[in-house]
Design a protein around this ligand. Structure first.
Ligand SMILES: Nc1ncnc2c1ncn2[C@@H]1O[C@H](COP(=O)(O)OP(=O)(O)O)[C@@H](O)[C@H]1O
Ligand SMILES: [Mg+2]
Length: 273
């Protein structure tokens, strides 16, 4: 398939009912316009990857969805409701260890349920079930410093998913891990997501990761005034194994096509540094 046939348009659309709608959003810091007129929709159960050069505004867009930053123009809605402040319908997976170092794995996973006032007995059952799901049975009472990087990532995944969020936001979630652990954790994430598909918005500067995990890859322009330049559906079968899928000829074709779009933006962002 040619690039022209595969790409949809700058205004990214999905056939699923939208869970997240970013409508004509402009984000500014004072007079600095980071992103301008961004339109993106994410279907319920859809995994959207957003790629773009460093500093183009990826985290800014994610923070707008989370309600941490307010758009200068336009609006974000989740499940039909306009985002007007911090949301409790989302789960967040960060690059950094966001675990509380003085709390055990168990207590870290329990936090979201405590904030929501879930009763102790129900909390206990859910936390134990989630720790088992992410392969941490027997590690309940370990503190973060007693866990490996991969195990800490597992705790984070349980922490993000246990509240059954409508939307999962991920900001470069695996980039601090070594390559083998990264592949392992990407596969773990896909396995968990596949069991109970929710809307995901993952931002990354890693194009391989964006394709291997996503149903769709949106490419952002170099900033300032970044925007969505193209959106590519990823027609690779699921379930996927991220280490093997990269050898699939369809993966390579997609990589080449998307890189053709992303490359110029990465070069522009280097040139302006
Ligand atoms: N709080 C802030 N104040 C001023 N400028 C900011 C702030 N946060 C981000 N920026 C700027 O906005 C642009 C986009 O940042 P960011 O969304 O973090 O990029 P990315 O996540 O794509 O690397 C960058 O030029 C950055 O310097
Ligand atoms: Mg960022």
């Amino acid at each position: 398939m040619s690039i022209a046939a595969r790409k949809i348009s700058a205004v990214s659309q999905t056939s699923l009912p939208p869970m997240v709608a970013i409508d004509n959003v402009t984000m500014a810091f004072g007079s600095f316009v980071a992103v301008e007129n961004v339109n993106l929709k994410v279907g319920n159960g859809e995994f959207l990857s957003i790629v773009g050069p460093t500093g183009c505004g990826k985290s800014t867009i994610l923070n707008a969805i989370a309600g941490l930053l307010k758009p200068a123009k336009g609006a974000v809605s989740i499940d039909g409701a306009t985002v007007g402040g911090v949301q409790n319908t989302i789960g967040y997976l960060f690059q950094q260890d966001a675990l509380l170092p003085w709390k055990t794995a168990y207590q870290n996973v329990e936090l979201g349920l405590m904030f929501r006032g879930v009763a102790a007995e129900e909390r206990r059952a859910k936390v134990m079930a989630w720790l088992e799901k992410v392969g941490l049975k027997g590690f309940e009472s370990r503190f973060p410093h007693q866990l490996s990087g991969g195990q800490r990532k597992r705790v984070q995944m349980a922490q993000a998913l246990i509240t059954e969020p409508k939307v999962i936001l991920m900001d470069e979630p695996f980039s601090a891990l070594d390559i083998h652990t990264r592949h392992l954790m990407q596969n773990e994430l896909l396995r968990l997501w596949q069991e109970d598909r929710r809307a995901v918005v993952m931002i990354t500067h890693d194009l391989e990761e964006a394709i291997a995990l996503g149903d769709r890859v949106a490419v952002l322009a170099a900033g300032p005034r970044s925007r969505v330049i193209e959106s590519f559906p990823v027609d690779l079968e699921r379930p996927r194994n991220v280490s093997e899928i990269k050898l699939d000829p369809k993966f390579m074709t997609l990589y080449r096509d998307i890189w053709a779009s992303l490359r110029g933006e990465v070069e522009k962002s280097y040139a302006s540094r």
